[in-house]
Design a protein around this ligand. Sequence first.
Ligand SMILES: *[C@@H]1O[C@H](CO)[C@@H](O)[C@H](O)[C@H]1NC(C)=O
Length: 212
Amino acid sequence: MIMVSPDKAPMSLLQLLLLLLPPLLLLASASGGAELTPPPGADAPWPDQYHAVIITNLTASGGRLRQIDIYYDWPRGRALNVVRDQLSPAGAPPLVNVQWSNGANFIFDAASCDTIQFPVGLLPPDWKTTSGAAYLGRRRLDGFDCHVWSNFIFARYYEDVATGYPVAWDGVNGVQHVLSFEVGGVMQDCSKWQAPAFCFNGGGSAGGPASD
Ligand SMILES: *[C@@H]1O[C@H](CO)[C@@H](O)[C@H](O)[C@H]1NC(C)=O
């Protein structure tokens, strides 16, 4: 179990899930801003595959600074999120969330697993033109000149005008900042995508070995 705060009861995986990534947010506030016509190129799709490193600050809600490695793999219909909190014990297994494009989610660590079915699966690479997203114009964030978007998952999504890389997005947990963005970055280790057997024997905590 990942200790979010040593002086409080550890959060359940489900609670941790709710602190996770924008693709998991069921609802974010609607655009709330004037919808504009995106300039040419601003609605370019995401790469089909990427590896991004995200940093977010959950201390205001009892969490930690958190680093999330995202491996987005649209051709294979999945995304992997590897979550590590600041100064988590050396060698401690990270919290892992595997998302499938049909909305199935497995959130697990070494001992526990939650499976959650969301009505919406992965965002497709062309979500800016297919998900009812609103273009909200340009704004500076983290020192970058950004195109700003909003959709049902992102209250705000900021993309660097110069490179087209995401800079940050904003959800219920505040702003998640993109530290690195590697186009085509793929997690090759197949075992990392495999939810542990104890995810499939009724969910919840690990009871014992499961058949699979
Ligand atoms: C994280 O958020 C807390 C509370 O809002 C703030 O005091 C702290 O400076 C932030 N840390 C970083 C690294 O931004």
